[in-house]
Design a protein around this ligand. Structure first.
Ligand SMILES: *Cc1c(COP(=O)(O)O)cnc(C)c1O
Length: 388
């Protein structure tokens, strides 16, 4: 057996099948949005069993056009969690609305329901739950808070393909759900995103918005004018997906559940192995009525039981051959959000504390058993060495 000396934090899972499909696009001469993009949308819609799937060039664009479709703009407030990638709050800013950043739940790292409740004002128009690491948020509780006031739930599902909440796939659980196909995500098209919704009107709005505000209706109405005719009916953006990206997506979607099972297996092995050192490492907790995609495996260190900080542990793991990461630096720590919205760590005690303890371990299909064992052994020996 080959011995492992190094395990990268991520490795893309691209096989000859994806390469063949991309080459087919290149040979076909159709490089931008075209037949494969439409087929990918159909397949995606079918997989989740939703009404509409609107492909885009990123999840960030999808979040932007989702909020825009809901009519959210200047003067409105949108509630987002403190622990997320900057894109969640950024998309709110694009519309001119104000992101209202709230604390997260201690064990799951998902948006805290009590904090959401306290943050709701007459200006609140939407909540963006981020299904952090792939575990769905408390959607029923959020729905109860949101619905009476006409507040929309726009899911940031960048981590949660596939994931299930009380038996329902994420994608059928919000008003609009946005997925990411960024290079490191659970389905990758290099860059890409998809917004899904049951609502015809929001789907049409996002379809116009992603391509310069061009209306398909005009196309149909004036088709006798010739194929060259189109009408721009509103301000739009250049957010469309290309057939080269969709080629990757078509193949990756077919393998999605197989790739997911690999991550489930790695997560199970980590959790079992770390039970022996449960005084220095806290493994992720998934609530019993939901299923995680396991996009990320985030452990929390019991810093009080160690004689060094999180940064030193990351450094030592790296020296020993295990690359890790941190998801995420909370929004309140970034100068833009801190200074623009006048927030600081004391506003988010749980996120602030969690941030000092989190480490994301490698988890991806294609990781060998030997690599998983190597990560386990390295983490255990490193932590034991620095135990107080
Ligand atoms: C990756 C990510 C995004 C952004 O996705 P892009 O496709 O890169 O725009 C948004 N939210 C979260 C939580 C993410 O992790």
């Amino acid at each position: 057996m080959l011995s492992v000396k190094e395990v990268p934090f991520h490795r893309t899972h691209i096989t000859e099948e994806e390469i063949g499909e991309v080459v087919d696009s290149l040979r076909s001469g159709w490089l931008t949005m075209g037949p494969k993009t439409l087929r990918f949308e159909e397949d995606f819609k079918g997989y989740l069993g939703v009404g509409h799937a609107v492909s885009m060039n990123s999840c960030t664009s999808s979040l932007h056009l989702a909020l825009r479709a809901l009519g959210i703009g200047p003067g409105d407030e949108v509630i987002v969690p403190d622990i997320t990638f900057s894109a969640t709050a950024e998309a709110v800013c694009y519309t001119g609305a104000t992101p209202v950043i709230v604390d997260v739940e201690e064990y799951t790292g998902n948006i805290d329901i009590g904090a959401v409740e306290r943050a709701i004002t007459p200006k609140t128009r939407s909540i963006i739950p981020v299904h952090y690491t792939g575990q769905p948020c408390d959607m029923d509780e959020l729905r109860l808070l949101a619905e009476p006031d006409g507040i929309y739930l726009v899911e940031d599902a960048a981590h949660s393909l596939p994931a299930w909440y009380k038996g329902a796939p994420v994608g059928s659980t919000g008003d609009i759900t946005c997925f990411s196909f960024y290079a490191t995500k659970t389905l990758s098209t290099g860059e890409g995103g998809m917004a899904v919704t049951a609502c015809d009107e929001w789907a049409s709005s996002m379809k116009r918005g992603r391509l310069h505000g061009i209306s398909r209706d005009a196309w149909d109405r004036y088709s006798k004018e010739g194929a060259w005719f189109y009408e721009v009916v509103e301000l739009g953006y250049k957010y469309n997906m290309t057939d080269i990206q969709a080629a990757l997506g078509l193949i990756q979607l077919k393998k999605l559940e197989r790739m997911w099972k690999c991550r489930v297996d790695i997560a199970r092995r980590y959790t079992e192995a770390f039970e022996n050192i449960s005084d220095i490492i806290y493994t992720p907790v998934v609530k019993s009525d939901r299923i995680s995609s396991w996009h990320l495996y985030v452990v929390q260190l019991n810093i009080g039981a160690l004689c060094v900080d999180r940064a030193s542990i990351i450094e030592q793991l790296k020296l020993a051959g295990v690359s890790t990461s941190v998801h995420f630096i909370p929004l309140h720590i970034h100068p833009f959000y801190r200074d623009t919205f006048g927030i600081s760590g004391k506003d988010f005690p749980v996120a602030e504390e969690r941030f000092k303890r989190m480490i994301s371990l490698p988890i991806y299909p294609g990781m060998t058993d030997t690599e998983v064992d190597f990560v386990i052994d390295t983490v255990i020996s490193t932590l034991k060495r620095y135990r107080r």
